[in-house]
Design a protein around this ligand. Structure first.
Ligand code: ATP
Length: 439
C-alpha cells in the first residue's frame, strides 16, 4: 500500500492497536500459509482495533517469548495463534505465561470437559499430555472452543492483555466470533472506533500517475481522512478512511476529499461492489437494453469469461469467438484476408474488422475485439511483446486503441481484457478521452 500524499495515514490516531503472532514451524517452512493472521487483520480493523504489528515464529519457547514482548511494546492487545495443542512442540501457553510472569493453574471445568470429551471418543483416561490443555492463566479467562480441544486463553493483568487462540482456522474463527469480539467490546468499548472507508475504483491509469495528479488537487488540510492507493493488475483503488467523528462529520470529510480529486479520477472511475468493471459495464448495457459479443485472439476468451462472471450475464452477452489463427479470423469473423496480409494480425484494421465481424455474426448492438502479442515469444521490432490492439463497437461506431502492456504473458492478457472492457464501458456511458497513450 502506497500511502501517497496522505498526511493523516490510515493508522494514525488509532486508539487501540493490536498485534498478531502466528506460531508454528509449518508456517515458517511455507507448508501452511498464515491465513489466521490475514483473517484477524481484517476483523480487527473492522472492529476498530487494527493490527499494527504481525509476525510468525516457530515452535520455540524463547522466540515466542521475545515476540510477545516486542508486540506488547507496540500494541495494547496481543493475539498469539497456534501451539496450544497437546504435543510437546506446542509451547505457546507456557512461553506466554513465563514471559508475562503469570502462573498457570488447572481449571477444573476445563479438565472435566476434556475428560468427558475423551470418554465420548472411547478413551478411559485422559492421556497425560492432554492434561496441559486444561491449564489456564491465573486471573485470566478461558474461551471455550466447541470445535476442538484447545480453548482460547486470556492473560490479563494491569498491563497485559494477551489472547491465545487455537491454530486450526475454523476453531480460531469460531472462538474469535463467539468470545473474543464480545470481550473486546466489553473491555475496550468506546475506545474502539470502527473505520469508515470509501473506495474509489479506477482503471486505465497507473498508480504513480494517479498519486502524482491527486497530490496536486488535494486540499492542504485533509482533516482526519487517510488516503491509500491499492493497485491491482486491472486498476487502482483509492481508499479514503476516517476513524473518528459523528456519521455526518465523517461523510462530510469524505465528500470534501472525493470532490477535490474528482477532476483527476472522473475519466477512469467506475463504481462496482466487487471492484470488477464488468459489474458496471453489464449494468449499463442492461440499462440501455444493449447486447454484446466478443472476438478475441491473444486473450483466448478471457473477455468472454469476464463478461459472464456474474449471474444475469445472459441478459446482455450473446456469445464470443476465439479466433486465434488468421484463417479463423477470416472464416469466423469475416476479416478480409488482404488486411491480414497487408497489416498483420496485430493491427488496427484487423481489430476493427474483428469488432465489426462479431456484431454482424452475433447480431449484437456492441462488441469487444482484442488482438496482440502476449509473449513471451512472437514479438518483432515494430510489434514488441505486449503490443495489443483492442476495439469496442457500440451502435455502429468503432473505437480502437493500441497499447504496449508491461508484464508477463498472463499480465498482458489480463491487462488487455481490462482495457478492452474499459473502452466499451467508456463508449456506453458516453465518456470521451483517449486512454490509448498513457500507461
Ligand atoms: P491443535 O489442538 O489442533 O494442535 P494448536 O492450537 O496447537 O491446535 P497448531 O498445532 O499450531 O494449533 O496448528 C494446527 C493446524 O492449524 C496446523 O496444522 C495448521 O494447518 C493450522 N494453522 C496453524 N496456524 C495457522 C495459521 N496461522 N494460519 C492458518 N492455519 C494455521
Amino acid at each position: 500500500v502506497n500511502e501517497g500524499p496522505s498526511r493523516a495515514n490510515d493508522q494514525n490516531d488509532v486508539a487501540v492497536r493490536s498485534a498478531v503472532i502466528a506460531v508454528g514451524d509449518e508456517l515458517l517452512l511455507g507448508q501452511t500459509v498464515d491465513t489466521n493472521g490475514a483473517w484477524l487483520g481484517a476483523r480487527l480493523a473492522e472492529l476498530g482495533a487494527p493490527v499494527t504489528y504481525r509476525s510468525v515464529v516457530g515452535d520455540v519457547e524463547d522466540d515466542i517469548r521475545g515476540e510477545v514482548t516486542r508486540a506488547r511494546l507496540r500494541t495494547e492487545v496481543t493475539f498469539v495463534c497456534g501451539g496450544l495443542g497437546p504435543t510437546p512442540d506446542d509451547r505457546t501457553r507456557e512461553a506466554v505465561a513465563a514471559e508475562l510472569g503469570i502462573g498457570l493453574v488447572v481449571d477444573p471445568l476445563l479438565l472435566d470437559a476434556l475428560e468427558q470429551r475423551f470418554k465420548s471418543h472411547g478413551f478411559d483416561e485422559l492421556p497425560p499430555d492432554n492434561a496441559s490443555q486444561a491449564m489456564m492463566p491465573v486471573g485470566g479467562l478461558v474461551l471455550p472452543n466447541d470445535r476442538g480441544t484447545a480453548p482460547g486463553l486470556v492473560f490479563l493483568s494491569d498491563d497485559a492483555f494477551v489472547i491465545l487462540l487455537p491454530g486450526p482456522p475454523r476453531e480460531m474463527r469460531w472462538v474469535f466470533d463467539r468470545h473474543v469480539e464480545p470481550l473486546l467490546l466489553e473491555r475496550l468499548g468506546p475506545r474502539l472506533v470502527p473505520p469508515t472507508h470509501r473506495l474509489i475504483r479506477t482503471t486505465g491509469i497507473a498508480e504513480s500517475v494517479l498519486s502524482e495528479r491527486i497530490q496536486h488537487t488535494l486540499p492542504e488540510d485533509l482533516g482526519p481522512v487517510g488516503i491509500a492507493f491499492l493497485p491491482r493488475l486491472t486498476g487502482v483503488d483509492i481508499r479514503l478512511t476516517v476513524r473518528s467523528g459523528s456519521t455526518e462529520a465523517v461523510q462530510g470529510w469524505l465528500d470534501r476529499v472525493e470532490e477535490a480529486i474528482a477532476p483527476v479520477v472522473e475519466r477512469y472511475r467506475y463504481d462496482s461492489d466487487h471492484g470488477d468493471l464488468v459489474e458496471s459495464l453489464n449494468r449499463e448495457l442492461r440499462a440501455g437494453s444493449l447486447t454484446v459479443s466478443t472476438a478475441e485472439s491473444c486473450t483466448g476468451g478471457l473477455v468472454a469469461r469476464r463478461l459472464t462472471e456474474y449471474a444475469g450475464a445472459s441478459d446482455v452477452f450473446l456469445g464470443g469467438v476465439v479466433a486465434y489463427s488468421n484463417q479463423s479470423k477470416i472464416d469466423l469473423l469475416g476479416v478480409d484476408s488482404d488486411l491480414l496480409v497487408r497489416d498483420g494480425a496485430v493491427s488496427e484494421p484487423v481489430v476493427r474488422a474483428m469488432a465489426l465481424g462479431a456484431c454482424e455474426r452475433f447480431g449484437s448492438d456492441a462488441s469487444i475485439a482484442v488482438t496482440g502479442v502476449a509473449g513471451p515469444g512472437g514479438g518483432t521490432k515494430t510489434k514488441p511483446v505486449g503490443t495489443v490492439w483492442y476495439a469496442a463497437r457500440h451502435r455502429g461506431h468503432t473505437a480502437s486503441r493500441v497499447r504496449r502492456f508491461p508484464g508477463d504473458r498472463s499480465a498482458v492478457r489480463e491487462r488487455s481484457a481490462q482495457a478492452a472492457l474499459a473502452l466499451l464501458y467508456d463508449l456506453v456511458i458516453g465518456r470521451g478521452g483517449d486512454r490509448s497513450t498513457t500507461e
